[in-house]
Design a protein around this ligand. Structure first.
Ligand code: URA
Length: 435
């Protein structure tokens, strides 16, 4: 078999066989197939697409390129959640303790942030002492004992995806549904859960800019999950503005704690967690229908069990769990600066990606994988889309390491807001659920 023949086959709209796909992925990982041939293949896939069977075979070949986690030592149903990436996305910090408090086991591998999006692992490291690099034995023990563990991805999972994603990033081949589906699902299948729930972001701050693209991705992800024998659902949610109010590691942890402690009004973040959580509970067989699942999840906030589950997880991963009940123990920036609006009006848009870049500019995000980050800095929005603002009223507050950075960030942040003279109707936050 020759890679040149496979590239030509896909270029001409052919369907690759399971053997051909396995040959291509094995050859790429072991170095027999060079980057230039794989880039041509990615571009051919981007233009010609793949059918369901090809996507499944590609996903399985990528999954088998590295280690897979066998979660059988963990008792009970195991559920996992994945987000396609957004700004201010602290969903896992709220959702996972709620679902675990209902009895579903959460054995979750999460990533670090890169560029304008944050990562759950960085956010969790805001708890002093928190360890994300757990041994497999300790990871399983924690899930069996506490019901939940969130650890960093190990280098051995899906090496094919690491290599391919880096190549796609520099060859204009990221926005291909078959390549995104296989990239996400190979990692999720390798992580071994029985139930997989996907949060597919849609809007200016997401990979998928339109509802039609997001729906296509959601359907592709759930189809592959089901073909691989998993219970799978996808929720399509708005990313035309950041999720919730805080953007920045420790600031997002505070917001998540406030939601778990029932200190905030029922907003989009909680709604999202109830929706994703209901898919996890019904998929796990722990609730008969969505209504019962939402009630059980809401009860974990009212009775404090979700907050306690977070504290138990932090403690089991060597972190200072007192910070769950006293967020003043989390890292805090020395300088805060309000950002007054130059005009009056209604907020019609907040450019999510740019807010993420403001947080990165403050030191809260990574420009490269090696960059160090400041967990304390970021932005807390005071106004969201649809809100009325008077000239001089604060749009947001900047948390910075010094006054110069705060002033620069305030200027950038003002540019993220678009105001309209007329009232603005907000688009629905949950756009669709694909089961
Ligand atoms: N997230 C992934 O893990 N892979 C992609 O290709 C896109 C988003």
């Amino acid at each position: 078999m020759q890679m040149t023949e496979l590239i030509a086959k896909k270029r001409d709209g052919g369907v690759l066989t399971a053997e051909e796909i396995a040959f291509m992925i094995e050859g790429y990982v072991n170095g027999a197939i060079p980057d230039y041939q794989m880039s041509a293949m990615c571009m051919a896939i981007l233009f010609r697409g793949m059918d369901d069977d090809e996507i499944l075979q590609l996903t399985m070949s990528m999954m088998h390129s590295g280690e897979t986690l066998d979660l059988s030592p963990i008792r009970g149903v195991k559920a996992d959640k994945h987000s396609t990436g957004g700004v201010g996305d602290k969903t896992s910090l709220v959702l996972c303790p709620m679902v675990a408090a209902c009895g579903v086991k959460i054995a979750k591998m999460s990533g670090r942030g890169l560029g304008h999006t944050g990562g759950t692992i960085d956010k969790l490291e805001s708890f002093p002492g928190f360890v994300t690099g757990l041994s497999e034995e300790r990871f399983f023990e924690n899930v069996n004992r506490v019901g939940i563990a969130i650890a960093g991805q190990t280098a051995e999972v899906c090496p094919a995806d690491k290599k391919l994603y880096a190549l796609r990033d520099v060859t204009g081949t990221v926005p291909s549904i078959p390549l995104i589906v296989s990239s996400i699902m190979s990692k999720k299948l390798a992580a071994g859960a029985d139930v997989i729930v996907l949060d597919v972001k849609c809007g200016s701050g997401a990979f998928m800019k339109t509802p039609a693209q997001a729906r296509e991705l959601a359907e592709g992800l759930t189809r592959v999950g089901k073909l691989a024998g998993k219970r799978c659902a996808a929720v399509i949610t708005d990313m035309d503005e950041p999720l919730g109010y805080a953007v920045g590691n420790a600031l997002e942890v505070r917001e998540a704690i406030d939601v778990l402690a029932g200190r905030t009004e029922a907003g989009e973040l909680l709604n999202l967690c109830l929706t994703l959580g209901a898919c996890m509970l019904t998929g796990s067989g722990l609730a008969a229908d969505e209504c019962e699942a939402r009630e059980r999840l809401a009860a974990t906030i009212a009775d404090g069990s979700a907050l306690k589950k977070l504290a138990d997880m932090v403690e089991a991963q060597y972190g200072d769990s007192r910070a769950v009940y006293d967020p003043s123990l989390l890292p805090a920036a020395p300088v805060t600066l309000e950002v007054p609006s130059a005009q009056s009006g209604y907020v019609s848009h907040i450019e999510a990606e740019d807010v993420g870049l403001v947080s990165m500019h403050l030191g809260g995000g990574r420009a490269t994988k090696e960059s160090a980050i400041d967990l304390s800095v970021g932005v807390v929005l005071r106004k969201k889309v649809g809100d009325r603002v008077e000239a001089g009223e604060s749009l947001a507050v900047i948390h910075a390491s010094d006054e110069k950075k705060a002033a620069e960030a305030a200027e950038l942040l003002r540019g993220c807001y678009t105001l309209s003279p007329a009232p603005v109707e907000k688009a629905p936050f949950i756009k669709n659920i694909v089961r």
